[in-house]
Design a protein around this ligand. Sequence first.
Ligand code: PRP
Ligand code: URA
Length: 209
Amino acid sequence: MPKPFIMDHPLIQHKLTWLRDANTGSKEFRELTSEIATLMCYEATRDLPLQDIQITTPMGPATTKVLAGRKLAFVPILRAGLGMVEGALVLIPAARVGHIGLSRDPDPPLPVEYYCKLPADISERDVIVLDPMLATGGSAIDAITQIKQRHPHSIKFMCIIAAPEGLEALGQAHPDVQVYCAALDERLDENKYIIPGLGDAGDRIFGTK
Ligand code: PRP
Ligand code: URA
C-alpha cells in the first residue's frame, strides 16, 4: 500500500474523535471539518518553496523569506469536500477553488460525475484535492483523472479518513499523488462505508439524513 502522510497531531486527533461521534450534530460537524482542514492544510503545505527577500525591520536591513510565488488551487469533491474549503482558505486565502461533482451510485458503488469547473490557469498551479472520505477510492481517482487532463503543476489529495482499500486503489491509479489523511481506518463494510469511519460525510455536513 502506498504510504500516506498520517497527521497524528493531538489537536487533529481530538477533533476527529468528535467528528466520528454519532451524537455530533451538523453545525458542530461542519465546524470540526473546517478546523481539521485548516490544521491539515498547514502540514500539507510544508514543502512550499520559499525565497529570500530584503526588508527593513525597525532595527535595520534583514534578509527574510516569503513564499516563492507558487500558486495553489483547492479542488473539493462535491458535496462533502465543500466542508473543507473554508478551513483550507483560512491559511491560503489567495488560492483559487475549482469544483468537481461526483456522487457514488449505490449499485454498483461507482462515482458518477455531474459537475466540473476548474480554474482556467490550473496548469500553473499546485492542486490540493479535498474530500473528507477516501473509501473505495473511486471518487478520488476519477476527480484526479479529470484534473490531470488540465496538466496542473502538481496534485495532492487531502482527506480526513482513508480506508486501506481506497489508498491501495488510488496509489495504483495515481502513484504520483501524495495522500494526506488524519486517520487510516480498518476496512470497508459491505456497502463500501468506512469502518469505524464517521458515516456519510455529505449527509452529516448538510444534515440531509
Ligand atoms: C462520499 C465522499 C467521497 C466518496 C468516497 O461522497 O465524500 O466523495 O463518498 O467514496 P469512494 O472512495 O468509494 O468513492 P458521496 O458520493 O457520498 O457524495 P456526497 O459527498 O455528495 O454525499
Ligand atoms: N463516503 C462517506 O461519506 N462515508 C464513507 O464511509 C464512505 C464513503
